[in-house]
Write a protein that binds this ligand. Sequence first.
Ligand code: COA
Length: 332
Amino acid sequence: MKKSRILGVGHYVPERIVTNNDLSKMMDTNDEWIVNRTGIQQRHWFTPGVDTVTSMSKNASELALKRAGVTTSEIDFIIFATVTPDYFIPGNGVLLQRELGMGTIGALDIRNACSGFIYALSIADQFIKTGMYKKILVVGAEIQSSALDVSDAGRSSAVIFADGAGAVVVGAVETNQPGILSTHLHAQGEYAEELYCKDPGSSREVRLSPELIVSGSFNLTMNGNAVFKHAVVRFIEVIKEALDANNLSKSAIDLLVPHQANLRISQYVQNKLELPDEKVFNNIMHMGNTTAATIPIALSEAWEQGRIKEGDLICLAAFGSGFTWASALLQW
Ligand code: COA
């Protein structure tokens, strides 16, 4: 039996920065409201014709591979978490495989929105522990800005979501080495429509029509209050579940890297767990919420800033559309 360990992490965000003041020219909003309710000051949005989910994930993956000291030819499998793939069909994993020239290795797409990266990491962990694969590229990447309603009607979601990509290389190590200790995955489909993008759905006469476009059903729709209320409960639950499963107390955590949903949610979780500021990593202030990409982007930035050291106990936790929620506990 092997253990899996994150060998390297990288990220890439589009060059275009959109500030709260930029948003206030598109819709009825303002910097004060956005900062107070979400903590976000600016975010990156893609430039059509320049950035794609594939191009961003290629850049993030190349950095993760370089930092891991691993070449593309050593990677056995790709797991790609996104709800905003470049094509409706096929998924984005195959596009990244082609872009990186990775032969005919398998590529799997995960559609679990904000929890997608932890779901993907968990699958990588299982494949490595069984000995099926030795090195797996796990990616979270999104272009959310093209599905946002930037009119006044969509302002509560449009100010939150953003674009970017993060990637990790997960490799097999001996069981006495640091690595992934556990992952826990949950879902509750009764709340599917509280945060969703209805179209292009398949169960209607046509997937695409002028009427559907006008109806706004291609835009992301969110019941912000419901998301907030469930998120704060589930984040705490799933972190405690991870700690209990490993007989660890919350004080053992060296760094909590929560999905960057909203700064107020992260702060609530931090307070409930009584963690000091240096034990929680937030970058939503300049990144916004990039759905499946928030955790690998945050891990990459935390690593760059020296906030993660070898052997540190890192807790990852996420909550999002589905609803789905998940945690991963690992020693770096
Ligand atoms: N700018 C200015 N005003 C806005 C606004 C914006 N971008 N968006 C909403 N408002 C207004 C509303 O129209 C409402 O006005 P009214 O009182 O005149 O009707 C007022 O602000 C309060 O709206 P409400 O939706 O109740 O605000 P809220 O305090 O719940 O904050 C969210 C909205 C979205 C910030 C909050 O619900 C939230 O953070 N939810 C969690 C979202 C999240 O984390 N999503 C990611 C999940 S992965």
